[in-house]
Design a protein around this ligand. Structure first.
Ligand SMILES: *[C@@H]1O[C@H](CO)[C@@H](O)[C@H](O)[C@H]1NC(C)=O
Ligand SMILES: *[C@@H]1O[C@H](CO)[C@@H](O)[C@H](O)[C@H]1NC(C)=O
Ligand SMILES: *[C@@H]1O[C@H](CO)[C@@H](O)[C@H](O)[C@H]1NC(C)=O
Ligand SMILES: *[C@@H]1O[C@H](CO)[C@@H](O)[C@H](O)[C@H]1NC(C)=O
Length: 313
């Protein structure tokens, strides 16, 4: 008798709680509950996930930070890219100096079930001309441009916003917006030293731009280990090292949930050139970079519908 009553009271309580949950909590926070149920890692329609692509290794840190420890093995890989003569301890001392001046950790939004981090990677191909992609580019949260990629005079085709400008000293240019991140890809210790000197005081070296207009608080440095991973895993060691554009592409896969790729490859006449240039020659010239392999990989990822690839007109 006593235990029957207890059971009934218990059942009534459970029912009451369920009704309460259904009526109030679930109704109000249904989005939250459903996300917990399907454990979607992001709030986009589709999220880029590591399992989708065999090249993809999210544990590789794209950016350097003050407490990151680069392996000597990777330093030895990196120093061959542009014949670095100086040693690992010089590298480490230089990086330590950088992090006294620049933010100790990268400014990157972590993935979250209630965020949809959308990105546009905008290459510099002439196939952007006449594309009217501007509005499609501008709606993204992150808009990465590469080297001398700029918007002035080309807004209808390339958009107006830039959140990340990815460069190395020889391809550096002033940023016209104080909210744009300068993302440096270092190929040698001199490139790191350039960054130390290119801001307010001091002199820089040689033929590269000695001063740069950019927000010091938004500087980020690409990790040599990330460069090595792009070269060895994504490109299977083809070419000497990856192009800035291809590294930007892989970077986007690492820090975004949805990736839109613009301005890579040749134009419809098969001419390779930059959108701001008069056509100089129609040959593919990609220097030490495996241009066609890079393009093929982006195409392959697009065919698997993991990214949106806009190939121009
Ligand atoms: C992914 O990268 C991490 C860090 O570099 C490495 O330890 C790990 O072996 C890599 N995983 C695969 C499957 O290559
Ligand atoms: C690295 O190079 C610096 C400067 O040339 C030198 O003083 C230092 O002894 C070298 N360190 C090692 C471990 O070789
Ligand atoms: C740019 O932003 C920084 C804060 O990150 C601020 O200290 C600086 O004054 C700004 N510079 C300009 C030119 O607006
Ligand atoms: C592209 O290159 C071809 C030669 O391969 C040339 O005939 C053509 O004029 C070029 N296209 C443009 C838009 O200049």
């Amino acid at each position: 008798m006593n235990s029957k009553v207890r059971v009934i009271i218990f059942l009534l309580c459970v029912t009451g709680i369920s009704v309460f949950l259904n009526g109030h909590v679930l109704g109000r926070y249904s989005k939250y509950f459903f996300q917990l149920q399907d454990t979607s890692p992001c709030a986009c329609e589709k999220c880029l996930s590591e399992d989708d692509l065999n090249f993809f290794n999210k544990s590789v840190e794209p950016f350097l930070s003050a407490n990151y420890i680069l392996s000597e093995d990777t330093f030895n890989w990196w120093k061959r890219l542009q014949n670095e003569a100086r040693n690992f301890s010089t590298y480490k001392t230089t990086v330590d100096r950088l992090f006294q001046m620049f933010p100790p950790g990268p400014d990157v939004k972590e993935p979250s079930p209630d965020l949809c981090r959308t990105c546009a990677v905008v290459g510099n191909s002439r196939n952007l001309k006449g594309s009217h992609y501007g509005p499609l580019i501008d709606v993204n949260d992150i808009i990465m441009r590469i080297n001398f990629g700029h918007t002035k005079g080309f807004e209808a085709d390339v958009g107006t916003r830039t959140t990340h400008q990815i460069m190395y000293p020889e391809s550096a240019m002033d940023l016209d917006n104080n909210s744009t991140h300068l993302v440096l890809i270092p190929f040698k210790i001199k490139d790191l030293e350039w960054l130390l000197k290119a801001f307010p005081t001091g002199k820089s070296y040689g033929p590269v731009k000695s001063k740069i207009k950019a927000n010091k608080d938004l500087v980020m440095l690409i990790n040599p280990a990330f460069m090595r991973y792009v070269h060895e895993v994504w490109l299977e060691k083809k070419g000497k090292y990856p192009s800035t554009g291809f590294m930007a592409f892989v970077l986007a896969l690492h820090i975004c949930d949805e990736v839109h790729v613009f301005g890579f490859g040749a134009d419809k006449y098969r001419n390779w050139s930059h959108y701001w240039e008069k056509l100089k020659d129609s040959n593919l010239k990609t220097g030490p970079h495996p241009g066609t392999d890079e393009y093929r990989i982006i195409q392959k990822v697009a065919e698997q519908q993991k990214i949106k690839f806009y190939t121009g007109w």
